[in-house]
Design a protein around this ligand. Structure first.
Ligand code: PMP
Length: 350
């Protein structure tokens, strides 16, 4: 089964010369391939109509208008980035000077610390313990002590899958002078958002991406929503042509056809439940409840399992950093077939 799936992936996935994943089942990057290529024809048709000799619209007006309308927000409160990775970097470039601090819960998405490091900022990671549940009082105590310029919260949290409650985000916004960035890259799988709070809290920034639920990781499109003041500052560090005409067009087509994605999101939620139960039935495997399209597990011999799966053409994520992530692996919720292939190989390894 694994071999036949691998062959199918080989046909479906665009071949990158340097990409060893090409021969396998990629469950390592939280992409959504369940609906792969359903919109390719429409995207291709729209791209054919573009004049690629012209520079893209630096304001990405059509795309921003769609995002603003979908989120009931003023267009001046929206900014687009080449993936939300670029928006994270832009937040740091705009607000962090050498020696300034950011605070994040730990473990979390690595790009906050990486981007901050490039700017010479200091990253304070507040350890959320071995069960990864968000400890608000520990977090706010540290925030008050460190007085950071920015707080980054991945909600749901990559890689643990947990969430910070809305009430705690509101308390943070009301008790902290700096900017709170809520990264909702996996929003479509959690159904929980604080986007509606943006008009009330001028220091709240919400980040979203089309790389996950909308299956557009290859095009690189993310967006940020915040007060006009914050967006105005971000515009000063935004490279004018950060989104190509192709990126913008692909994103517009995706957002205009949102309904196409709904069944696949629902399937991922069903599969997340199936995988959670299947993984939990193995003795010695700890599974963490997830609101994203991925699951974190902890088990003895995680690195060996990771290597074994790789030898079978199944790619998942292993963490080298140790600490509470020691012996942890993160697996993307894939298609039904991919998830069964993964569990089948896990059974063989056990
Ligand atoms: N935020 C989080 C929490 C993520 O997990 C990721 C992708 N791994 C990103 C942001 C960046 O996504 P992209 O740059 O593809 O929009």
């Amino acid at each position: 089964m694994v071999e036949s799936l691998a062959k199918r992936s080989l046909r479906k996935v665009t071949p990158y010369a340097a990409d060893s994943k090409i021969k396998g089942i990629p469950l390592d990057a939280n992409e959504n391939r369940n609906l792969a290529f359903k919109l390719n024809d429409k995207i291709a048709e729209a791209i054919m109509a573009l004049d690629i000799s012209r520079y893209p619209d630096p304001e990405a007006k059509v795309l921003k208008k769609k995002i603003a309308a979908d989120n009931w927000i003023n267009e001046e409160c929206v900014i687009v980035g080449s993936g939300s990775d670029q928006l994270i970097l832009m937040m740091i470039q705009a607000f962090i000077n050498e020696g300034d601090k950011i605070v994040t819960p730990a473990p979390t998405f690595s790009m906050y610390g990486i981007s901050n490091g490039i700017a010479g900022g200091e990253t304070i990671q507040v350890d959320m313990g071995e069960f990864f549940s968000f400890d608000f009082y520990k977090f706010i105590k540290r925030v008050n002590k460190e007085e950071p310029k920015l707080i980054f919260i991945s909600n749901p949290n990559n890689p643990t899958g947990g969430m910070v409650d809305r009430e705690h985000i509101i308390k943070l916004l009301e008790n902290f002078k700096g900017i709170v960035v809520i990264d909702e890259a996996y929003y479509e799988f959690s159904g929980r958002t604080v986007m509606d709070l943006v008009p009330y809290y001028p220091k709240l920034v919400v980040l979203r991406t089309l790389s996950k639920a909308y299956g557009l990781a290859g095009a690189r499109v993310g967006y940020g929503v915040a007060s006009k003041e914050i967006i105005g500052i971000l515009k000063k560090v935004k490279p004018p042509y950060n989104l190509s005409v192709l990126d913008q067009q692909a994103a517009i087509i995706c957002l205009q056809n949102k309904e196409i994605f709904q069944p696949s999101i629902e399937e991922i939620l069903e599969e997340r439940l199936w995988l959670t139960k299947a993984l939990g039935s193995f003795p010695g495997v700890e599974v963490f409840n997830s609101y994203g399209n991925f699951l974190l597990i902890r088990l003895k011999g995680a690195k060996e399992l990771y290597n074994y799966l790789q030898s079978k053409g199944i790619f998942i994520r292993h963490f080298n950093e140790g600490g509470s992530l020691a012996n942890c692996l993160r697996v993307t919720v894939g298609t039904k077939e991919e998830n069964r292939a993964f569990i089948g190989s896990l059974k063989e390894w056990m």
